[in-house]
Design a protein around this ligand. Structure first.
Ligand code: GRF
Length: 191
């Protein structure tokens, strides 16, 4: 199975995935990184880890559809079976969904359906809830609404700041995201 990772920023989840795939024998490979932000740090990580990568911005295209068709051409050329969204800060459009529905997985830093959207950690922290967490789910047409594959909770302690909470959430992400993907690969369970 061939996997593509989509990311927009720092890429710590991309790094965790690549590290896990290097350490563990899996019947899948991370074959390509796509990044929609040509200056993003994740591209340095791709270079360092020897992962093939491409970066272009939707601004370079007349429409979202044309942008996604350009991505689809790359996916097709590379024979990608599964797309892993790891901090890809865009709503997936109809073109990608038409080909990869049920073959796209996302990680979100809250216990969905609570706190969807761009600022899951901050929104939970500011809401003053006792616990939040991490959700791995399939992508559908909504924003962070697709079928949930795995969730893990984290307690927000009185002494937590936004920074310490972010750190806790990222630690969970880096542990469970590779595990979930390894399970899907092993079970042949990409819908
Ligand atoms: C993660 O918190 C992820 O849950 C969210 O975006 C963040 C990406 O972080 N979707 P990184 O780029 O992987 O470091």
């Amino acid at each position: 199975m061939k996997i593509a990772v989509f990311a927009s920023g720092n890429g710590s989840n991309f790094q965790a995935l690549v590290d896990y795939f290097k350490k563990n024998q899996l019947s899948a490979t991370i074959d390509w990184l796509f990044c929609d932000q040509p200056e993003a740090y994740v591209l340095q990580r791709a270079k360092k880890t020897g992962t093939a990568f491409t970066s272009f911005s939707p601004k370079e295209f007349a429409s979202k559809s044309e942008y996604e068709q350009a991505i689809l051409e790359e996916l097709d050329n590379r024979g990608i079976d599964l797309i892993v969204l790891a901090g890809y800060m865009r709503i997936v459009g109809e073109d990608l969904l038409a080909v990869y529905e049920n073959k796209m997985i996302n990680i979100h830093p809250s216990l969905l359906p609570d706190f969807p959207g761009l600022h899951g950690i901050r929104d939970a922290f500011e809401a003053g809830v006792d616990e939040t967490g991490v959700t791995v789910h399939y992508i559908d047409r909504g924003v962070d609404t697709g079928p949930i594959i795995r969730q893990e909770k984290v307690t927000i302690e009185k002494e937590d700041t936004l920074a310490t909470l972010e750190e806790k959430i990222h630690q969970i992400e880096h542990r469970i995201f590779p595990e979930v993907i390894a399970n899907l690969v092993n079970m042949g369970d990409v819908k």
